[in-house]
Design a protein around this ligand. Structure first.
Ligand code: ATR
Length: 307
């Protein structure tokens, strides 16, 4: 698809944004703006550093300024569940919100996305609808970037925080054979094991390192983001030599110490770029109700992260 000529910002330009704390490393503006431009929309995608204490005010401000939608990143995804007016089924299922769509009622009193109203014509009563596009994105990226279908597979999941919980539940939903959960704070892994047993009783789930070979190691901790971070697993308790593939949700740096070690051990590896792409593609489709220009967004994302 040829990139449309970008119109300069003017008084009718519409806005989306990502809210995070911190947010300056986000690659979302780069690839979302490429997508918006390719769709020929006079919209812009911005990034704002919002402290969690001010998340409610920031969402309210975006609503009042008739933004089209928002993305939420660390640490807002759980908090936002309580702040939106309506939870889409995806947000209810995974207990986290990473995408908000603003909606208003049309002449027939049906709720419609704000993009369907011309600027200045949207009613003042606007509601917020929370979605989760992360969970599907994880599995899609693992399949696309590692060539791995997780059904029936043995998985070691590192991290049971917000991202780790959604990943574990989604892997259980799609039928991972066994899940081994490791987290610095063991209580969180134990609570997650309980939740998986309750919601997905067919999945074999344990806390601690597995014995024997593993199909997939998935890092959902923040270890690897900062230079000098230790590995997210204990090499005295677990070795990468019996692992087929390693996925790191971190995408900046593009190769974390974990991925480097995994590559050297002969594992297939992928970083979190694909997950970021697919959650963003789904968000753009929620806001625009059009097919997203995936390849243009993918190229823009790669340029931003690998440049
Ligand atoms: P996110 O929403 O990105 O998952 P989070 O909920 O704060 O953020 O989770 C961060 C994850 O990284 C957790 O698994 C956390 O372990 P704890 O639950 O024990 O906090 C893990 N993590 C962060 N810093 C760590 C460190 N220095 N060593 C080990 N694990 C760490």
């Amino acid at each position: 698809m040829p990139a449309a000529t970008r119109q300069p910002i003017n008084a009718t330009t519409r806005f989306c944004a990502v809210l995070g704390h911190p947010v300056k490393h986000s690659a979302s503006p780069a690839f979302q703006n490429a997508g918006l431009q390719a769709l020929g929309l006079d919209w812009r995608y911005l990034a704002f550093d919002v402290h969690p204490d001010h998340l409610r005010d920031a969402i309210e401000g975006a609503r009042r300024m008739k933004f089209i939608g928002l993305n939420l990143t660390v640490p807002h995804k759980l908090l936002a569940v309580k702040l939106v007016d309506v939870l889409d089924e995806s947000a209810r299922r995974w207990g986290a919100v990473n995408t908000i769509r603003f909606e208003a009622r049309d002449a027939k009193r049906r709720w419609q996305p704000l993009r369907t109203f011309r600027d200045g014509e949207a009613p003042e009563t606007i509601r917020t609808v929370g979605f989760n596009t992360d969970a599907d994105a994880i599995v899609r990226s693992i399949r696309e970037d590692l060539g791995l279908d997780v059904r029936g597979k043995r998985v070691l999941l590192l991290g049971a925080g917000g991202a780790g919980r959604v990943a574990a539940l989604k892997l259980a939903e799609v039928g991972a054979g066994s899940l081994h959960l490791v987290n610095r704070t063991r209580g969180k892994a134990t609570a997650l094991r309980r939740e998986i047993r309750r919601r997905f009783p067919k999945v074999c789930v344990a806390v601690g390192y597995p014995d024997g070979p593993v199909d997939l190691v998935l890092n959902a901790t923040s270890l690897g983001l900062r230079a000098g971070d230790p590995l997210p697993f204990d090499p005295a308790q677990f070795a990468l030599k019996n692992v087929r593939a390693v996925y790191d949700m971190i995408y900046r740096p593009a190769e974390t110490p974990l991925l480097k070690r995994a590559r050297q051990a002969g594992c297939r590896t992928a970083n979190g770029l694909g997950m970021l792409l697919w959650q963003g593609v789904a968000a753009l489709e929620i806001w625009t109700e059009r097919n997203a220009p995936v390849e243009i967004m993918r190229r823009a994302l790669r340029r931003n992260v690998y440049a």
